[in-house]
Structure formats: C-alpha cells, structure tokens
Design a protein around this ligand. Structure first.
Ligand SMILES: *Cc1c(COP(=O)(O)O)cnc(C)c1O
Length: 463
C-alpha cells in the first residue's frame, strides 16, 4: 500500500505529541501519497502511549465528548505542529472543512505570539490571513459544542499563553452575547478567526449568513461575512467508463480539461439516443445484479428461506423504471417521504403497465436513533406483501456502491426539507451520467436547474 511511516533525522519513526491534562499523548505519523498530494495521518495506537490513550484515533464516531475534544486537539493542534515544526512546511492557507479542526486557529495564534512577541489581537489578525473556513450544514448537530468544564480541563494551561483570561478564551467559542453560554462552539471559533468563510451553495451561503448572524451583532444578518463556493464533483471520477468513451467520441477534443465551459457541452446533443440508452441499460443491468446479490446475501443472513428470497429478488427487472435514493439517513433528507401516502404509492408501484422499482441505500450516524429508525421503516415496508420485490434497501453504502447507483437508476430522487440540504452533490453525479435529477430546489440544484434542463424540454427523451 502507498503508505509509509514518516522518519525523523535519525531514521526512526517520527512521533510527535500533544499535552493532555494527565500526560502526553504521542502520535506516530504516516504519509500516504494520493496522486501528487501528500496526506499525513496521526496514529495514537503505539506502545509509547498509556493503554487508556491508545484508542484516541481508533474511530471517528462512537466515543463521548471527551474523546471528541481529544481527537479535535490532535487534529487541530498536533496537525499544525506536524506541518510547521516537524515537516518544515509553512502553509500559506489552512482550510477548515467544518469546525472539527478549528483548534488549529489557537495553535497558530500561540505560535505567532511566541515568535513575534505581539498581542493576541495582532496575532489573531495574522492568523485570519492564513485561514479559510467552510461550513457544510445548517443542521445544528453539524457543529461540535463542548461543555465548558471540558474546555477548561484541556485548555486551562493554554489560555495564559494567549494572554487571555478564562472568560475571554471561552468566549472565542460563543456568540458575543453578554451572558456566558453553556458550550464552546467549534463552528463559531472558526467563524471568528478565519479570514474567509463560505457555505457550499448559493442558497446555503444565504442560509448560513442568517444562521450565524449573531456572531456579528453590529451588522445585519444578511450581510454577515460568509460567502459561498458551490460544491462540485470530480466529473471523470463519477462518470461511468462507457459514458466517458461516448463523450470522448462526441464532445470536443480535450473536453475533460474544459468541463466548466458551456461550449464543451453543446455537442452532447449529437450523441444518438440509441447509443446513450444502450450504455444506460448496461449500467442498469449491472446495478440490478448488485441489488440482487446484496439483498440475497442480507436476507440469507437474516434467516429467510431460499424461496422467500427468490420471490423478492426475481421481481427486479432492468426494464422497470428505477428510482434511486441513496444518501446519509439524516432526518432532514426525508428518505421515507415517498411513503407518506401509502395507498397512493401502492397503486403507483403496482401498475402492471408501468412497473417501477425503488432502490434505497445509506447509513445513519451511530448516535442518530431517528435516522436508524428510517432504515428500519424502509426495510419493514419492503417486506410488506404489496411492496415485496419493488422496494430494496442496500447495506454498506459507500463510494463504490454509489457509482453503480448514480449511473444505473433512471431517476435520482432528492426530497430534503428546504433549505437544509447544503449542496447534495450526488445529484451532480447522476446528472453527468445522463440520469434525471428529480429534486426540491435546494442545495446545488437551486443553481443547477435552469428551466431549460427540464424533462419536457428534451422532446426526444423516451423513458
Ligand atoms: C456523493 C456521496 C454522498 C453525498 O451525497 P448527498 O447528495 O450530499 O446526499 C454521500 N455518500 C456517498 C458515498 C457519496 O458518494
């Protein structure tokens, strides 16, 4: 595997550390080469650490808040030290993807104060010029908020080094209201220090300005300094190989280097319907096989008989209109909305002339009981007599599975509660593969929908 331990000058494995209240936590450093990009990983599972501390980097979710603050101190603070002190890299810009790494601001400020002997305010301004923050969701649970006692436990030796009082320090993670709030919000810490701040679509930018308006009490909420950069996808990663071949043949030469120019896509209309449809059908057949295999395996594991399993999976048919819904089972995405009127969906799904099948996939956050219940509900529905063999839910949704789904279904369904879907890039993955995006005007689609990319605009479309 293209992963190696980073070595120090003596040729030993490089280990760095952060100071926790009881003792130091040591971290082994690994390097992965992702193409030409170097990715560094910090690993606490080494002999040098106390038994209790070795699992800090073991899993992302599942620990308590103390585990989480330890992980974020590792990411933000040890991360900065690794780059600047050990690897002698001097990043021009640090990008915080969500607030999880926002402690990096504090480490950067501390280092500037130490090096340049300046005040906190001056150091903060310099740190601002080096930091960018992207917020990704208007869902409140998307931001970590730590109890103050926990922040005090881990930072009480730290704030004097910034020249701050306890209160001044704690308020870095709070809206500037007069009262002390109950928690230290990592998103607010990032917003207060980062020089540039953005949401991930035009609509989400506007929503974020309102949502975080109180961080800047002296200006109108809609003028909060939060901009937007609409999330995109890496087209060639998500394009089915056969589709890519088709584009190579019909689009302008070097279209892959010019995907952002509308003129690149003018010739897409020259692709004969037959050819487009044949490739789509191949993708659909592959998807149906995946659904069959995955469902059979899961039901077998749950003790269903061969006959029962056969009865369900044999109804899958690549000739049927196939609707796909695959995303995290966050409640705002409303995975079960299509079942709101059970009688009506029963009629639609049982129309003999226009057969339909719906394929779901996704995971819920380990702490999100409501999200997990949605998965259970879809499973239960899929086992009701009128829905058997028409509704499927796949386990272990991941990037590999996603590639089958976004290119193999006919319609990609997206019905979040507006404006909660910050971007929703899976719809872009479907679209580049010629799959119809059926969506609420939320996230990227509020920009992507132009009124001319409607189904009825393409009068030759025959699904
Ligand atoms: C693209 C992708 C997502 C993001 O999908 P949304 O449209 O934002 O819901 C999530 N998981 C996987 C595996 C993906 O490929």
């Amino acid at each position: 595997m293209p992963i190696n331990p980073v070595k120090d000058e003596k040729g030993d494995d490089l280990t760095i550390y952060v100071k926790f209240p009881k003792r130091r936590l040591y971290l082994k450093v690994w390097q992965i080469n992702v193409g030409r990009v170097k990715l560094y990983l910090l690993d606490s599972d080494i002999d040098k650490n106390h038994e209790e501390d070795r699992d800090v980097t073991l899993r992302l979710y599942g620990g308590d808040q103390e585990m989480r603050i330890r992980q974020e101190i590792v990411l933000g603070m040890a991360g900065v030290n690794l780059l600047t002190k050990y690897l002698n890299l001097n990043p021009t810009i640090y990008h915080m993807n969500e607030g999880h790494s926002a402690f990096l601001n504090l480490e950067i400020i501390k280092n500037i104060i130490k090096e340049k002997q300046v005040s906190f305010e001056v150091a903060k301004d310099i740190a601002s010029s080096k930091t960018v923050f992207t917020t990704h969701t208007p869902v409140p649970a998307g931001n970590d908020i730590f109890p103050l006692a926990l922040v005090e436990k881990y930072f009480k030796d730290f704030w004097p080094r910034l020249g701050l009082s306890q209160e001044e320090f704690l308020k870095l993670g709070m809206k500037p209201t007069i009262e002390l709030e109950e928690g230290f919000n990592m998103g607010i810490l990032a917003l207060k220090i980062a020089g540039k701040k953005n949401g991930v679509s035009k609509l989400h930018g506007a929503v974020s300005r309102e949502l975080f308006g109180e961080v800047w009490p002296n200006i109108a909420a809609n003028e909060s300094p939060i901009e937007y950069v609409t999330n995109g996808i890496h087209t060639c990663t998500w394009l089915a190989p056969k589709m890519k071949e088709l584009y190579n043949k019909y689009l302008i030469p070097y279209w892959q280097d010019n995907i952002h120019k509308s003129q690149t896509w003018e010739k897409i209309k020259n692709i004969p319907d037959e050819k487009l449809w044949n490739i789509h059908k191949e993708r659909k057949i592959k998807l149906i096989k995946l659904v069959k295999d995955s469902t059979s395996e899961r039901l077998r594991r749950s003790g269903y008989s061969y006959e029962e399993i056969h009865e369900i999976v044999s109804k899958l048919d690549p000739e049927n209109l196939t609707i796909g819904f695959a995303r995290r089972f966050a409640t705002y995405k409303r995975a079960t909305l299509i079942f709101k009127d059970l009688e009506r969906i029963t009629q639609i799904l049982n129309n003999q002339e226009k057969p339909i099948q719906i394929i779901f996939a996704g995971k819920a956050h380990p702490a999100d009981k409501e999200g997990q219940d949605l998965i259970k509900y879809i499973h239960e529905i899929s086992m009701m007599p009128q829905f058997k063999g028409k509704i499927f839910i796949l386990e272990n949704y991941n990037i590999a599975m996603s590639k089958y789904l976004i290119s193999g279904v006919d319609v990609w369904l997206n019905n979040p509660r507006r404006p909660m879907e910050a971007s929703g890039t899976s719809g872009q993955k479907a679209s580049v593969n010629g799959v119809i995006n059926f969506s609420v005007l939320d996230g990227w689609w509020a920009e992507g929908y132009t009124q001319t990319n409607r189904l009825d605009h393409w009068n030759q479309c025959r699904i």
